[in-house]
Design a binder for this molecule. Sequence first.
Ligand code: SAM
Length: 237
Amino acid sequence: MRNPLAFTIGLNTIKALRKVQQAAAAAEQTLERPLTAIGESALRRRLQDEAGVSLTFDSVSWSAPVWKEHLADCQGRPGLQALEIGSFEGCSALWFLDNVLTGPAASITCIDPFTRLGGEPRFDHNMRVCGHSHQVTKLKGPSEDLLVTLAPETYDLIFIDGSHRALNVLMDAVASWRLLKVDGVLLFDDYLWHPELPPMARPQAAIDLFLNAFADQLTLLHKGGQVIVRKTAGRPI
Ligand SMILES: C[S@@+](CC[C@H](N)C(=O)[O-])C[C@H]1O[C@@H](n2cnc3c(N)ncnc32)[C@H](O)[C@@H]1O
């Protein structure tokens, strides 16, 4: 039989936790905005005096050898158009610009809501000090709102590294497929990211689902920490 005391304590605990959660969310909302605004403008001012790249972590060193191998035919191609979902401080965008988008008129569109503290000032600074600003179109907002506004079959190369939740990765993949040219390359980051998390909280299940659903329109080039595919055919989505 259910212990009525334990049941009451359980309900009360849940109610109390909800209240704490609501209070914390409200506090976060009121505190975060001014702190973010102050922090970001202070960082922007500080970066004005810095000549070098400003990154808080290196996200590309471990993927670069695989990217180099599978993007060899894109390297230096005139007019190459890339799209990146999830740019943060610009570390991966800089890598693509320095190593692949080296041909005349090559460009990259970078999508990110830029809600993580320090991300946008560093992104702007890094593109500027590396002399790449003219090659970059920054679209600020979530990919689920922005990808649908872009023209189909426009991009030669798309890198998916935005929200890591399975549902978002799946939406990014399907929307990106419409935007990718036939013969273009789609890269997923973090296929094996945090296996201890539930499947809905990480990219793997979404990438597997995508690979199966679009199997007749792609060639799998690489499957490891990263997944890379080439689009071999297109059908209207
Ligand atoms: C792992 S970081 C990207 C790192 C970057 N690609 C690099 O390697 O330098 C993930 C980024 O995705 C962004 N993000 C989160 N949700 C997103 C969404 N719905 N649409 C687009 N970007 C999103 C975050 O703001 C964050 O900057």
